[in-house]
Design a protein around this ligand. Sequence first.
Ligand SMILES: [Fe+2]
Ligand SMILES: [Fe+2]
Length: 358
Amino acid sequence: MNAATTILTSADANEKARQSNMLSPRFYTTDHEAFDRLSVEPLRAEWDAMMKEYEGDNNHDHFQRDATFMQELEACAPEWSPEMRQELLDFFVSSLTSEFSGCVLYNEIRKHVKNPDIKQMMTYMARDESRHAGFINMSLRDFDLGIELGKLKSDKPYTFFKPAHIIYATYLSEKIGYARYITIFRQLERHPEKRFHPIFRWFERWCNDEFRHGESFALIMRANPELLQGFNLVKIRFFLLAVYATMYVRDHRRPILHQAMGLEATSYDFEVFRITNEITQQVFPIALDIEHPDFKRGLDRLIEISDAFDAAKARGGLSGWLGQAWHGARALGTFGRLFLMPMKRQPLLEQPRMRPTW
Ligand SMILES: [Fe+2]
Ligand SMILES: [Fe+2]
């Protein structure tokens, strides 16, 4: 991660979106034929009801700015310190990249699968993510820092993930995305004076889209229960930890942004973990023990190691290279210890679908 990348020009913003590393959102490709073999038949009624919701498209008019957007922005922007402005731009670029990553992935699957259920679901989700990415891009364009999405699609490296891994990782990132946006929205609802950018007013209806995207993957997993058994539980454990840990380290690099909202990165992230753990009871028979003191200790250690890694990288030369290797090994060890912590067991909820009530 290059935390030090300062976004001053449109080229910087586009380069930041293109970077692929441990902490930045990635683009994915997968084996489309395996998606054809999935069946939603065991949950046909729930599936059809969900498709009807997508078809109803209750957010079709949501991602447009209202009359007061620019006035609010013009009132807020002069208050930002240069550091705050950087963190906000970094937040926009990484959020946009992650929204667009979903859009690209869902679109590719839609184009290649023959399974009509999966095709339909991917069409709706790509539609939503494209709106989300476009809406954030408007806020970058306010500063002449818009991302060229077509170029990003062709230039950013792609990572191959097996379909099962795509399902676990995407389910989690949709649900964690919901938990993040709703936590911010509720906080700013209580403290409107801390809303330092008008975009946060859009988060409530926005995160309902993410919640529904997560529901789609939840139904796929519940309808194909082999995805939730045997060795797959080890994979789920890995993805839970990878997604939680990445978020924790990344959020602690934007302390000013969280403070400005009246949220402190650690307590905000633990609230997001708590909500996500509650939601994942719909699919995962295991959960990370977020209350165990060793869990937080391990995550804090990962932040410290990640800072040391960056310092070594910035130092360069042989000592920088050795430093990176050493801190990389330490990160692996810490992640391994977190991975081996006992998991909490939980019975699956009887009803696979949930409502976004947080
Ligand atoms: Fe989205
Ligand atoms: Fe989404």
